[in-house]
Write a protein that binds this ligand. Structure first.
Ligand code: SAM
Length: 233
């Protein structure tokens, strides 16, 4: 059977999924992540969830062409609604979406009691990392690991979170940059924030061209830029 070669981004996410995982991979598209994990005997069971018919069919074909239907169940549905108590899910991965969408999926999962605050979460937001970290903190999830990777000139963050029985508190700086990423401040991390600085300085220059510049916005951007310069210096 041909082995799936995961992208650098998905391989980084996969490396945080425990061997004993009964995984729910939400927004699974081709089901590459669960297929690769099962092929490497890294997990025992997965549900691959997809809300869109096309990617759902692709995921189903990927799983059936490899005869993995007994260990990977591909289901059509919105977010975590596709899992049931019998699945005994202990790990949830949600990769390749915006942070706000991941937050909404997790939040609905909590409301629907699909997410029981026992599961390990492996999340890879494409944008909106601060929004997601803030939600995790509010829900008392501790961020236990973070990684930042570059692939095809794009930079991605992976956030691993686990429920905590203690109050979780992060500073504004930690929520923005990532508590674990801040400790390391790798070259890729600095590159990500240099790019962010470039975007902010472009917005500043556009705002300055205005005949009636929005001073609140200008000052807010300046404060943010100063914070970034301080962190990556
Ligand atoms: N997880 C894969 C990855 O990281 O390569 C696929 C990422 S793809 C950009 C995002 C997928 O999430 C799409 O296939 C989309 O249909 C699916 N998706 C978006 N919202 C969803 C939801 N509420 N429930 C399930 N799937 C969703």
């Amino acid at each position: 059977m041909e082995m799936i070669q995961l992208s650098k981004r998905l391989a980084a996410a996969a490396s945080y999924i425990p061997k004993s995982a009964r995984l729910a991979d939400i927004g699974s598209d081709h089901a590459y992540l669960p297929v690769a994990l099962v092929q490497n005997q890294a997990i025992e069971f997965a549900v691959a969830g997809e809300v869109v018919k096309g990617p759902f069919e692709k995921a189903k074909n990927e799983v059936s062409s490899r005869k993995l239907e007994k260990v990977i169940d591909v289901r059509l549905g919105n977010g975590l609604e596709i899992i049931s108590a019998d699945d005994l899910i202990n790990t949830v991965s949600i990769c390749g979406m915006g942070g706000a969408l991941i937050r909404d999926i997790l939040n609905r999962g909590l409301q629907q009691e699909k997410l029981l605050k026992k599961e390990k979460l492996i999340l890879q937001p494409n944008v909106g990392e601060k929004t997601l970290r803030t939600f995790l903190m509010q829900q008392q999830y501790k961020i236990t690991a973070e990684e930042i990777v570059e692939e095809n000139d794009k930079i991605y963050e992976i956030i691993v979170a686990e429920p905590s029985d203690q109050v979780v508190n992060y500073t504004d700086l930690e929520l923005m940059f990532g508590p674990e990423l801040l400790k390391e401040r790798t070259d890729i991390f600095k590159e990500k924030w240099r790019r962010e600085l470039d975007k902010l300085s472009y917005i500043q220059s556009e705002l300055k061209k205005s005949t009636d510049p929005n001073m609140d916005k200008t000052q807010k951007i300046e404060r943010e830029a100063e914070q970034i310069r301080e962190v990556i210096k």
